[in-house]
Design a protein around this ligand. Structure first.
Ligand SMILES: Cc1cc2nc3c(=O)[nH]c(=O)nc-3n(C[C@H](O)[C@H](O)[C@H](O)COP(=O)(O)OP(=O)(O)OC[C@H]3O[C@@H](n4cnc5c(N)ncnc54)[C@H](O)[C@@H]3O)c2cc1C
Length: 319
């Protein structure tokens, strides 16, 4: 272990137990950052030293590589929630489930449909996480970021500065945001709510968690849904012809439906199996590897392309 500005850098840390999929080799150097201030500090240091690095958070939507990661791996996990009227200022590393519970306990409506989604607020903003027709974008007012890469004009300037981005600058769409495409690190977010009925919010939340536990039973090693659903409006008339319209929910053709139609349930490559009850659920049965995941994903994509002429896109992120 080495010290960097009061932060502990650990050597050769196994990434597998840090992700819900339990896949991945060693991080040559790993550091856990528990506050936005520390994240700014370390980003300033790595930028000044031109040190390559990668960031993750709750590890619930990533597939780490089998061969491990050579660059510094930063895990953003931990932080605080501040309530200001009907708004909350939430650090990126706070668990989404803590924010959902807090909002419900205050009778704030807006996040109840996201009950049970693992990971952090930062991770949820990156992927515009959502469920049951709702997504985190609906409550995001603004996001504070720091740029991970140094711009030409900044060379020679010490440290790194943060700035706020409005919800429209975040360019949210279905499981998408600007953060998937730009080297921005999320520090914190201001979330805005509407006053709701606490008992009703609790009821909705409990119901959703119960439903989710049927698909994601406790202890399951998976990264959530593997492929994104398909926005029905993006499909051509030709593509829609082969789709059972009763399967379209919230304007989307579930990837699970397409996969089940091509018989993927129960398929297996190495230690990765598609759940017997859900075609879009990749489960690590113990010895699963990222290479198995990639092989299986390729086979599944091909099957869906051949049958429906539709290109599936990963919701998970290869790290
Ligand atoms: C059982 C299960 C059920 C799930 N159900 C759902 C669901 O219903 N809906 C849904 O949308 N998702 C679902 N997911 C996927 C996952 O929980 C979400 O995508 C979650 O929001 C990811 O957050 P995380 O903190 O774990 O991010 P990670 O997986 O750690 O990271 C995801 C991406 O975000 C980036 N990132 C993380 N933090 C930051 C930051 N501070 N700054 C910049 N980039 C950052 C990482 O680099 C990475 O590219 C599920 C996952 C599991 C395991």
């Amino acid at each position: 272990m080495r010290k960097l500005n009061n932060l502990n850098i650990l050597d050769n840390v196994s990434l597998a137990p840090l992700s819900t999929f339990y896949i991945g080799g060693l991080a040559k150097e790993y550091i856990k950052v528990e506050s936005p201030e520390k994240l700014v500090e370390i980003v300033g240091w790595v930028r000044e030293n031109n040190k390559p690095f990668k960031v993750f958070a709750g590890g619930s939507n990533v597939v780490f590589p089998d061969e491990g990661v050579e660059s510094l791996v930063i895990q953003v996990l931990g932080g605080s929630i501040k309530v200001e009227g009907e708004r909350m200022v939430v650090d990126a590393g706070v668990l989404l489930s803590d924010v959902v519970s807090k909002s419900i306990s205050l009778g704030f409506s807006g996040l109840e449909s996201l009950s049970g989604i693992p990971g952090t607020v930062g991770g949820a903003i990156v992927g515009n996480a959502g469920a049951y027709g709702h997504a985190i974008r609906e409550v995001v007012d603004k996001v504070e970021i720091v740029e991970a890469e140094k711009k030409e004009v900044e060379k020679g300037r010490e440290g790194s500065r943060s700035r706020w981005m409005s919800d429209s600058e975040c360019k949210f769409s279905y499981r998408e945001s600007v953060f998937k495409h730009k080297p921005y690190l999320i520090l914190r977010a201001v979330l805005k709510f509407e006053q709701g009925n606490r008992e009703e919010l609790e009821r909705i939340s409990k119901e959703i968690i119960k439903k989710r536990e049927v698909k994601y039973h406790p202890g399951i090693r998976c990264p959530g849904s593997f492929f994104k659903n398909i926005i029905a409006a993006d499909l051509s008339r030709e593509q829609l012809k082969n789709i059972d319209k009763s399967k379209i929910v919230y304007g989307k053709v579930p990837a699970g439906y397409l996969l089940e139609e091509v018989g993927t349930k129960g398929m297996r490559v190495g230690g990765i199996e598609i759940a017997s009850y859900h075609g879009n659920l990749f489960v690590n049965k113990g010895e699963g590897r990222a290479s198995d995941v990639k092989t299986l994903a390729k086979i599944l994509k091909e099957k869906v392309r051949n049958r429906f002429g539709i290109a599936l896109e990963e919701e998970i992120r290869y790290f």
